[in-house]
Design a protein around this ligand. Structure first.
Ligand code: 5RP
Length: 223
């Protein structure tokens, strides 16, 4: 049995095969996305990138990739990012690395968004995975109180700040019968600035398990 990191690298390297010269590529965040950044740099294409975190921007620059300021960008050709959990409908939970807000903006700006993952990320149900919620520090106690209606347990990441200066509260134990409704309810709480539910952003997923890569395309996979 291969190790998970080898599968992450394989998924990343395979997905990077979709990148072509002159594309503007969205770089994800996390250990799988780091493999994609390395693979992208190794291809030596004439591309530009935008990054979903300061860490990914620094990594990409260290490998010689051009990283543009996303504040000047409205459209991205292709985004490639990891996930914490992904179901058969390509709905994801993201944000263990705390970058879910920028990741969602870049995913939404992308004409095509790819998730790359090892096989352990495939799930039948999303609700077993902690859902990260990005919160204005000013609203900390108020939001924690409101979130208790939707999660069995809410845990603030102690001493942690996102690249946007916000705190993250991980919601454990949530009802995944209607994730769209939960996403809407979370965004309706003043002080919540984002969350890790990606319900319609992902176009395809490259998932590697024991050295075999499966590509899932939105709307074309067995349920
Ligand atoms: C960061 C993310 C990551 O993509 C997700 O946590 C997966 O990380 P890894 O590739 O290290 O398993 O959403 O905010």
């Amino acid at each position: 049995m291969r190790d998970r990191d080898a599968d992450k690298r394989l998924a990343a390297e395979t997905a990077v095969g979709e990148v072509r010269d002159h594309m503007l590529v969205g770089l994800g965040t996390g250990s799988t996305a780091a493999h994609a950044i390395a693979a992208l740099a190794a291809r030596g294409l004439r591309i530009e990138t935008v990054a979903t975190s300061e860490a990914s921007a620094a990594l990409a620059r260290s490998k010689g990739l051009v990283v543009r300021d996303f504040a000047d960008v409205a459209h991205v050709d292709l985004a490639i990012d990891g996930a914490d959990a992904i179901d058969a409908r390509l709905r994801c939970v993201k944000g263990a690395g705390g970058a879910m807000l920028r990741e969602k903006v870049v995913a939404e700006a992308a004409r095509r968004m790819l998730v790359i993952a090892d096989g352990t990320k495939r799930v039948a149900r999303l609700g077993a995975t902690a859902l990260p919620v990005e919160v204005l520090p000013f609203a900390r106690a108020f939001v924690l109180d409101r979130l208790s209606a939707y999660f069995v347990r809410c845990v603030e990441r102690a001493g942690y700040r996102t690249d946007n200066g916000h705190i993250v509260i991980d919601g454990h134990g949530w009802d995944d019968a209607s994730p769209r409704a939960l996403a809407d309810r979370l965004m309706a709480v003043p002080g919540v600035v984002g969350h890790g539910l990606f319900l319609r952003e992902v176009d395809a997923a490259y998932i590697a398990e024991n050295g075999i890569v499966t590509r899932l395309e939105r709307g074309r996979n067995p349920r």
